[in-house]
Design a protein around this ligand. Structure first.
Ligand code: K1U
Ligand code: ZN
Length: 169
């Protein structure tokens, strides 16, 4: 297994729309294993392939305390969203150190292939529902800061670019 570099906002590659996966082959299974290792090492609860520069419709997640309940969604399709929404604080491994409020549906129903290529149906609420919506946005090339005001977003962009410059020099 291998740790993969995570793209940092405002990298333009984060705005690429991901393509469906034609077959869950060994190449995809290796990518799943590497993304899970990368997510656990970064102490995240989710990771989209977009964030590691691979533009295919693949998400890994684990919201368990014990970090031993991975969930793999390949070609996820949102079948239902609850009419109720809530504003909650979110973070993103591609925008390190930034947390802000985003309004999301309280509950969602998704269908997707699992890591073995079998169809699964997932009903989620709470943190898992937030995480699924956040990760599905990544697959559409959308980063959570795009829900914030242009003023906040520009401040975040400036802060990220400064941090990236300082890390380089
Ligand atoms: O996609 C990502 O960058 C992962 C992201 C997922 C996420 C967190 C919170 C709300 C929605 C989606 C993270 O894992 S951020 C870091 C984190 O571990 C975390 C942040 C807030 C609550 C719980 C965990
Ligand atoms: Zn994110």
């Amino acid at each position: 297994m291998a740790l993969l570099p995570i793209l940092c906002y405002p990298d333009p590659k984060l705005h690429t729309v991901a393509k469906p996966i034609a077959a869950v082959d060994t190449g995809i299974q290796t990518l799943v294993a590497n993304m899970l290792e990368t997510m656990y090492e970064a102490k995240g609860i989710g990771l989209a392939a977009t964030q590691v520069g691979v533009h295919v419709r693949l998400i890994v997640m684990d919201i368990s305390e014990s970090r031993d309940a991975p969930l793999v969604l390949i070609n996820p399709k949102l079948n239902w969203v609850s009419p109720e929404t809530h504003l909650n604080e979110e973070g993103c491994l591609s925008v390190p150190g930034v947390y802000d409020g985003v309004t999301r549906h309280d509950a969602v129903k998704v269908e997707a292939l699992d890591g073995q290529g079998r169809m699964q149906w997932v009903e989620a609420d709470g943190l898992l529902a937030m995480c699924i919506q956040h990760e599905m946005d990544h697959l559409q090339g959308k980063v959570f800061v795009e829900y914030l005001s242009p003023l906040k977003r520009n401040r975040i962009k400036t802060k990220m670019l400064k941090a990236q410059r300082e890390a380089r020099d």
